[in-house]
Design a protein around this ligand. Structure first.
Ligand code: ATP
Ligand code: MG
Length: 286
């Protein structure tokens, strides 16, 4: 029996796009996950949305742009046993992006470009470099066509690493934690987006706004959700991520939630988000 490919590849304009038999329509898309507020669920989303999309049979790369390295450890990569090239060398020495990719971490279609603590110095070391905001974009050029989705997990600041992510990205996904001061600081993030659109990346879009750690029983959470919807309209995902202890436990086992506890609410919500995001790039919305 002849092997029937699951994907049909077509070419539109200069970009390679793919049509999946189940109706999804995809093309290589780079999505920065950013919010300068700390602890809002950026990394949890990069890991688990990335894993969920990979399980739904699209090719995913997660790029860890945070010196804390939480996306790397959350996907099971231990610095102690892996001395290979990381995102640091890619940014600092123009290193080969492909050499920094760890293939098939956790799931066959899920790749990771890890970070290390060295990345702390990158913001300072790159200050004098010409074109310092576009280094990541240039580095990803050679590998982006190998992926359907590339997620950039940003650190909690609007420094050079986040600027590189926004310059390299097609769109920005903003996680918002449904707690006090959730929307505070968003205007600063959005003015940074405008600045990047004007100077570096005119095509940057808002991919979506994700409500994280959501507890619908709390007035406060419902209030934050309503305010976010008032401001961002239908760019707020219908899927919100509940507060779920299994999501908080999974990183200490170096596993995405789909491997750690697939039946948990956290896993199911990231799967639902993956479908919503992929459908958003379907034929009707393209
Ligand atoms: P930083 O700004 O430091 O990079 P972050 O925005 O990447 O943080 P995470 O690391 O994803 O945020 O999440 C912060 C903490 O909250 C982590 O301990 C994580 O395990 C936990 N957490 C994230 N999402 C959830 C959730 N939906 N339910 C319960 N705990 C969560
Ligand atoms: Mg993080």
């Amino acid at each position: 029996m002849r092997f029937a490919p699951r994907w049909t590849t077509v070419y539109s304009r200069s970009r390679q796009t793919k049509i999946h038999p189940n109706g999804f329509f995809r093309m290589s898309r780079v999505i920065a996950i950013a919010n300068q507020k700390g602890g809002v669920g950026k990394t949890t989303t990069a890991i688990n949305l990335g894993a969920a999309i990979a399980v739904l049979e699209a090719r995913v790369l997660v790029v860890d742009l945070d010196p804390q390295g939480n996306a790397s450890s959350g996907l099971g990569l231990s610095q102690a046993v892996d001395e290979r090239v990381t995102i640091y060398e890619v940014l600092m020495a123009g290193g080969d992006a492909r050499a920094a990719v760890r293939s098939s971490v956790q799931f066959p279609l899920l790749d990771l470009m890890p970070s290390t603590r060295d990345l702390v110095g990158a913001e300072i070391e790159l200050v004098g470099t010409v074109g310092r905001e576009t280094i990541l974009r240039r580095a990803l050029e050679s590998i982006r066509s190998e992926y359907d989705f590339i997620f950039l997990d940003c650190p909690p600041s609007l420094g050079l690493l986040t600027l590189n992510a926004l310059t390299a990205a097609d769109s920005l996904l903003i996680p918002i934690q449904c707690e006090f001061y959730a929307l505070e600081g968003l205007s600063q993030l959005l003015s940074t987006v405008q600045l990047v659109q004007r100077a570096l990346n005119p095509n940057l879009e808002i991919e979506g706004v994700l409500l994280t750690m959501f507890d619908g029983r709390l007035n406060l959470a419902r209030q934050v959700a309503a305010e976010a919807r008032e401001y961002f309209g239908d760019r707020v995902y219908k899927t919100s991520i509940p507060r779920n202890v299994r999501l908080a436990e999974a990183p200490s086992f170096g596993q995405p939630i789909l491997r750690y506890d697939i039946l948990s609410d956290g896993a199911q919500s990231y799967l639902a988000l993956a479908e919503e995001l992929m459908m958003g790039h379907g034929p009707t919305a393209a």
